[in-house]
Design a protein around this ligand. Structure first.
Ligand code: PLP
Length: 399
């Protein structure tokens, strides 16, 4: 049988999946000599291995049978209650545990929300740029994307006109230290966004994996609390990936009950429920305030790493290049001189053993600016950050 004929037929959904040139180039980033600013991985230095080990030990010793048994699709009740209570810190005071659904990472939430809301051709509003993993999840359900204009302050609420919102199933928004730009939406814009969405009856998906990783500036209220105050429908996604460890695959969705009950049916069909033992061990880890001691350590680490990169960029990047200065999270977004293409720059950078992600794939629409890129600073040593940024600076100048 040759490579062009197979004894199987993929669904049309699967047939439209293509592997990208960028993914091919980035394969080389696994080589040890590469200084990679491409990954989106949290720093393993921030994984609380001892605390998680002893939590698993206690759960298995004290509640082994239920930890290893099937559990409810909605999630482990004490963890749901913990999440509902924890959201007070974001200004959402009245979340009930039955509005919380535990999921296997917020990436699963994105897939489930795609299943719930998107028919082929449905309009979906996204920021420009937006989280690539969300675009990948939603795209399987074949939406028609419409980008909402953004500037240096993130998404512009005034651009949410009735024409733009007409027929849209939702807007997907990342208000804190956005992936990929690192930008944070101001309080004024948050209020304007939820008010507009309430008036337009447009549901908001608020994805907030990085909100707890603020190392500069003042915390701002989340869209969930602000939205509920004005009657907007807000679906909030959270995750333990960035505050504990991503290998746990543990996150949650907060939404009005009718949405939760549909999502429960969808999750049941997907994987019955998220691992009981993981939910119980994470609850055991955090139930007595562990995050209050742990998060300052992670924030300090990320602040330092971000500082090394910004410092090196100030030193080595030409004045024709601009970049964001994040107040939290893991990413810096770079705008190159207009004639410099991020994908071409990546090919030249990889020859010099440096990698990053070009910006174009983060845009849902056809008019993606090619002169952009995303840098991640959390997993690379100070020395390698300085070396890699010096090389990038030189390559940009040579362009
Ligand atoms: C914006 C955003 N949403 C969701 C995810 C998925 O996170 P997880 O599935 O680990 O919770 C990520 C991961 O990097 C992300 O950056």
């Amino acid at each position: 049988m040759d490579s062009f004929s197979h004894p199987y037929t993929f669904s049309q959904r699967a047939q439209q999946l293509t592997s990208s040139t960028i993914r091919e180039i980035l394969k080389v980033t696994e080589r040890p000599e590469i200084i990679s600013f491409a990954g989106g991985l949290p720093s393993p230095k921030g994984f609380p291995i001892d605390a998680i080990t002893s939590a698993y030990d206690r759960v298995l010793a004290e509640s082994g049978q239920s930890a290893l048994q099937y559990g409810p699709t909605e999630g482990y009740a004490p963890l749901r209650a913990w999440v509902a209570n924890d959201l007070k810190r974001t200004g959402a005071d009245d979340v009930s545990p039955d509005e919380v659904l535990i999921v296997s990472g917020s990436q699963q939430a994105l897939d489930m929300l795609g299943k719930l809301f998107i028919d082929p051709g449905s309009k979906v509003l996204v920021e420009a740029p937006s989280y690539l993993g969300a675009l990948q999840s939603f795209s399987l359900f074949q939406p028609k994307y419409e980008s909402v204009p953004t500037d240096d302050g993130g998404v512009m609420p005034d651009s949410l006109t009735p024409e733009r919102a007409a027929g849209a199933r939702f807007i997907y928004a990342l208000p804190n230290f956005q992936n990929p730009t690192g930008l944070t939406l101001s309080l004024e814009r948050r209020k304007a966004l939820v008010e507009r969405c309430a008036a337009l009856q447009l549901p908001i998906i608020e994805d907030d994996p990085y909100g707890e990783l603020r190392y500069a500036g003042e915390p701002l209220p989340g869209l969930l609390g602000l939205g509920r105050a004005v009657g907007a429908t807000v679906i909030r996604l959270g995750t333990f990936s960035k505050v504990l460890a991503p290998g746990l695959r543990l996150g949650y969705i907060v939404a009005p009950r009718p949405i939760i009950s549909k999502l429960v049916q969808i999750k049941q069909a997907t994987d019955l429920h998220t691992a009981s033992i993981t939910q119980m061990a994470v609850y055991e880890t955090i139930k007595n305030g562990f995050l209050a001691q742990h998060l300052p350590v992670v924030r300090e680490l990320y602040k330092q790493q971000c500082g090394y990169m910004l410092d090196a960029m100030d030193q080595h990047f030409p004045a024709t290049t601009s970049w964001t200065r994040p107040e939290g999270g893991m990413f810096i977004w770079v705008t190159l001189p207009e004639h410099v293409d991020g994908t071409e720059l990546l090919a030249r950078a990889v020859e010099r053993n440096v990698a990053f992600v070009p910006g174009a794939p983060f845009f849902a629409g056809p008019d993606a600016p090619a002169n952009t890129l995303r840098l991640s600073f959390v997993t690379v040593s100070e020395e390698k950050i300085r070396e890699g940024i010096a090389i990038l600076g030189q390559l940009i100048k040579e362009s």
